[in-house]
Design a protein around this ligand. Structure first.
Ligand SMILES: Cc1cc2nc3c(=O)[nH]c(=O)nc-3n(C[C@H](O)[C@H](O)[C@H](O)COP(=O)(O)OP(=O)(O)OC[C@H]3O[C@@H](n4cnc5c(N)ncnc54)[C@H](O)[C@@H]3O)c2cc1C
Length: 384
């Protein structure tokens, strides 16, 4: 078992750290206030290789290992969770879906553009009546001459209103259950496909989240990703990667909470002393440090399994559950350490809390992660 980073991983960490400090952090507060989708930052990340993940160079990717992938998500998450969400969807869900399930032609068509940040991806499984129970989705794909007609509504889709390439899960035929679900690659501009941005979110204000509408939207035969009926399997395999990305980003949020709290606690004086000297303040910071290290080690364990091509559903779920709940705890305590000042956006900690909360909801809620962990432990399935 190796605990240190190798030289290549250290180089990636250095690059991602510098990019976050110089390009992401200085703009994160204003982008949150303006609800501005940071497309200009993404355009800079692509050429640096920060959006190419583990995709082989042959397909235009960065050919990184999964620890390096986690390091990028952690660093970006330290600066801005909106951006980390955009990146996770692109790298962990869309690129991995096409890489692992796409045909040669689909890989050639989409991967280079996604990896360079010239194309933006989205991954749409959730519907108004199908959230945790994603297998009950109702969007349909009807076979017609030369392709498929999609009909239905997707909701809460990250990057949904901006994406050029969308992975859409739809039901073929009338059979209920997850076995009738197939995955399709849908391009922006497809006839009968429209979007509406979801406004008023608690956090992730610089990320785009949208409702997608499909009305007799025709996609060609070769839009099918994987085989017919493999959609749910594809979705679950992608979520193992997506949860890993979320967990890594949450390690970054915890680190950001430690940085902000340490800096503030050393400067703030009460009762004639720096508040950093108070044991109850140190208690909060010590818990953040323990949570950061535990979360990071869980992420790296999942990364090592992924590097070896070993199934990691349980380990990715454990990492996502622990890291997301720990990020909420860290951000709550970071506000507490800042007192009244933490309650305003003069300091970044209120944004960290608003942004951390969603990580306990998307890509499977904390309750769903616990049911996955429970099933692996007990051998008894509590859901679908
Ligand atoms: C900002 C944001 C971005 C998102 N991005 C995407 C995206 O890009 N693509 C996409 O497809 N989806 C996306 N989602 C949707 C997200 O994955 C779902 O919100 C999530 O899966 C939960 O579904 P739901 O909101 O319908 O909650 P529900 O499933 O209705 O759950 C409500 C509550 O019931 C609990 N619950 C449900 N079932 C059980 C059970 N069996 N046992 C115990 N408790 C249970 C849940 O844990 C939760 O507390 C996003 C959501 C948000 C908020």
């Amino acid at each position: 078992m190796e605990f240190g980073l190798n030289n290549k991983q250290k180089e990636i960490q250095e690059l991602a750290k510098r990019f976050t400090d110089e390009e992401i952090i200085p703009r994160a507060r204003q982008n949150d206030i303006d609800e501005h989708f940071p497309i200009e930052i993404l355009k800079k990340m692509g050429p640096l290789g920060l959006m190419g993940g583990t995709v082989p160079k042959e397909w235009g990717g960065s050919e990184l290992d999964f620890v390096s992938d986690a390091i990028i998500f952690e660093e970006v998450g330290r600066g801005c969770s909106s951006l980390r969400t955009i990146l996770s969807v692109q790298v962990s869900l869309v690129e991995q879906a096409i890489l692992n399930w796409g045909t040669e032609e689909q890989k050639r068509k989409y991967l280079p553009g996604l990896c360079r940040g010239e194309l933006l991806g989205a991954f749409a499984i959730t519907e108004p009546e199908a959230g945790s129970d994603a297998g009950s989705l109702k969007t349909t794909a009807q076979k017609v001459d030369g392709g498929w007609l999609l009909n239905g509504v997707k909701t809460w889709i990250s990057n949904g209103g901006m994406a050029d390439v969308l992975i859409i899960f739809a039901r073929v035929g009338k059979e209920p259950g997850s076995k009738a679900i197939s995955a399709f690659i849908v391009e922006k501009g497809t006839e009968g496909f429209t979007t509406r941005e979801i406004k008023g979110k608690l956090g992730l204000k610089a990320a785009n989240t949208a409702v997608l509408f499909f009305k007799d939207s025709f996609v060609p035969e070769d839009a099918l990703l994987g085989n017919q009926g493999e959609g749910f399997k594809i979705a679950l395999s992608c979520l193992d990667n997506g949860r890993f990305g979320v967990a890594s980003g949450c390690v970054g949020i915890i680190q950001a909470c430690i940085d902000a709290s340490t800096q503030y606690a050393k400067k703030r004086v009460q009762f004639g002393k720096s508040i950093a000297s108070f044991q109850l303040v140190q208690d909060m910071i010590a818990k953040m440090v323990v949570d950061r290290d535990a979360a990071r080690l869980l992420v790296y364990r999942a990364a090592e399994l992924k590097n070896k091509g070993v199934r990691n559903t349980l380990e990715s779920s454990i990492a996502k559950y622990f890291a997301s709940e720990a990020a909420v705890r860290a951000a709550t305590d970071a506000i507490q350490i800042h007192g009244a000042y933490g309650y305003s956006n003069a300091f970044p900690v209120e944004r960290y809390l608003r942004d951390a909360k969603v990580a306990t909801i998307y890509e499977g809620t904390s309750q769903i992660q616990k049911l996955i962990i429970g099933e692996h432990t007990l051998g008894v399935r509590a859901f679908f």
